[in-house]
Design a protein around this ligand. Sequence first.
Ligand SMILES: O=C(O)CCC(=O)C(=O)O
Ligand SMILES: [Fe+2]
Length: 208
Amino acid sequence: MNGGRAVGADGQHGLDEVGGYALIPGVVPDSWSSRLREEAKRLRSTAERRERQGFELTAEGRMLGALRNWYAGDGSEDKDVDEVGWLASRLAQWSGALLQHKHSSYLYYARGDYLGLHRDHVSCAVTLLVWLSGPAGPLHIHPELTELDEQSLLRTATQWNGHPPGGVEVDIRRGPVVLRGHVVPHDRPPHPHREELILATFCFALAL
Ligand SMILES: O=C(O)CCC(=O)C(=O)O
Ligand SMILES: [Fe+2]
């Protein structure tokens, strides 16, 4: 078996249990990503500033990480049901499970914005990250931290200020990234560019 990098990078394999991520170029057709880009730009002025310092455990024992970026939920029009349904079925082939779209959002990273080490919400068994515009910089995916319980993850995140060494650096411009977001910890280091990075996120739960 190749390491997580090779499995993720060549796009030929499903979400293997080791890496927990893959690049899937073309899974969001250009015409759709253009519309997402337009919607993201339209919603930019309504985006909410998110800023949290440090790391903590919630009462339910879930780690909340440090972050700084801008967030906009779905636009007024719901995402096209057919398109999202098609995407869910494509991703189901990769993840080996039936999926149900839960929510999507747009993220905007201005200079210095970042997303500290975290796992996605429990409802996001599979997360899809779609680059829309701007210089991307690396997303760090940490398959090697998958086994850590939340307490240990909290310690690691705190020790490294949210950006631990190791893991795999992924350039989301190379194709949408599909990730077992609730399982595999990941982080984005501070955005070093003046031009904002804009991306779309889609969260899929296991279908009941
Ligand atoms: O900035 C990224 O590429 C990742 C976003 C992410 O991990 C999240 O929204 O949970
Ligand atoms: Fe995430």
